[in-house]
Design a protein around this ligand. Structure first.
Ligand code: NAD
Ligand code: UD1
Length: 332
């Protein structure tokens, strides 16, 4: 398959590119470098043994995207490109609607004009808002508690209307909390500035870049009082995209939605302990106030993806932490 990955140099996009190459497919990468660097392209060549086509462009540049689809004989698109910092979206909603909703509309127009109507879309567990029951299945009500999650919900609604109009085949993947890195240590998550998410921050504390982890609240209604999330190895997530792409080429409905998670939740304290064990480093922590808009617990019911896509997460917590630590210490 020739597959266009928008945002293909980003965290999840680059790991998906590696998984596609390993399975014998040809990813074509398109990225505007808003949150990625060109070194990822070089390292993907080392990991996969092949230099991948790369187009430096914004998804809102409809003509360039349409040209890329035709020139590279693209059969399907995985749409990762977008902005994802939840707290930032609260202060800059217009930028988020423009990049995420506007970017998706531009991509869909380009795909339509090029006659490529098969799409996998990166959505988020954030669309569930505050869980009303656990584990969260795909039928759980949706609720936008931030502009970021509203962009994902708007896009899901646009895709549903497109599906009803005919001709399109689409899969929406709602990711839980991706962590970890490629086993080579050459690809991983390197956020710009101080990380907002737990695991990249814990990795930097283990490396001595910050004095301690702040635990945002230890008075939640959970066994140890700290927040519980469904952390999923990014390579498992990457392989979920392969399964979704295969599904697009089967006799599937026009639009399907799947949770990609493990079905198992871990608390902040459990994550810190696991990372300390994997890295052999002391990881100091202290309790800080709750972060606004955080939920106590959120973990997936991933049984639909298992039943329909034949996909399930295989890698455990130790492998998530070890690979993240390898990337942190190798500093490619
Ligand atoms: P990332 O920031 O590492 O990757 C996104 C990539 O898109 C970056 O390389 C960036 O340079 C590029 N990009 C951004 N705007 C662009 C534009 N207008 N045109 C072209 N390229 C653009 O993020 P990620 O963690 O890999 O996330 C990928 C997708 O998955 C995003 O849509 C995100 O919302 C979604 N998602 C991520 C998580 C997570 O925890 N990482 C969870 C749920 C959903
Ligand atoms: C965050 C986003 C969510 C997005 C997800 C993946 C918010 C409110 N939610 O989810 O929409 O889909 O990232 O990108 O930003 N924690 C600490 N100390 C830290 C950092 C985090 O204790 O320094 C705790 C949090 O309170 C939470 C857990 O660790 O309980 C996980 O946090 P994080 O990694 O930011 O992910 P989410 O909050 O699940």
């Amino acid at each position: 398959m020739n597959v266009l990955l928008t945002g293909g140099l980003g965290y999840i996009g680059s790991h998906t590119a590696a998984a596609l190459v390993a399975a014998g497919h040809t990813p074509i990468l398109l990225d505007n470098l808003a949150n990625a660097d060109l070194g990822v392209h070089d390292r993907l060549a080392v990991v996969g043994g092949v230099e991948l086509p790369f187009v430096c462009a914004d998804v809102r540049d409809t003509d360039t995207v349409a040209r890329t689809l035709i020139e590279h004989r693209v059969e399907a698109v995985v749409h990762f490109a977008g902005l994802k910092a939840v707290a930032e979206s609260v202060h800059m909603p217009l930028a988020y609607f423009d990049a995420n909703v506007g970017g998706t509309l531009s991509l869909l127009r380009a795909m339509d004009s090029a006659g490529v109507r098969q799409l996998v879309f990166s959505s988020s567990a954030a669309v569930y808002g505050t869980p009303r029951y656990l584990p969260v299945d795909e039928a759980h009500p949706t609720e936008a508690i931030t502009p970021y999650s509203r962009t994902k919900l708007h896009i899901e609604e646009i895709l549903a209307d497109l599906a009803a109009a005919g001709e399109w085949r689409m899969v929406v993947l709602r990711y839980f909390n991706p962590v970890g890195a490629h086993p080579s240590g050459l690809l991983g998550e390197r956020p710009q500035g101080t990380p907002n998410n737990l695991m990249p921050f814990v990795a930097q504390v283990a490396a001595g870049e910050h004095p301690c982890v702040e635990i945002f609240g230890d008075d939640y209604d959970t066994p140890d009082g700290t927040g519980i999330r469904d952390y999923i190895h990014v390579m498992d997530l990457a392989e979920g995209h392969l399964a979704a792409l295969q599904r697009l080429f089967a006799a599937a409905p026009a639009l399907e939605t799947f949770n990609l998670g493990t079905g198992r939740g871990y608390s902040v304290r459990e994550m810190i302990a696991a990372f300390a064990a994997a890295s052999g480093q002391d990881i100091p922590s202290r309790v800080a106030p709750r972060r606004g808009r955080d939920v106590a617990s959120c973990y997936a019911d991933p049984s639909r993806a298992a039943a329909v896509l034949g996909w399930r997460a295989k890698r455990g917590l130790a492998e998530m932490c070890e690979s993240a630590w390898r990337f942190q210490t190798r500093k490619p």
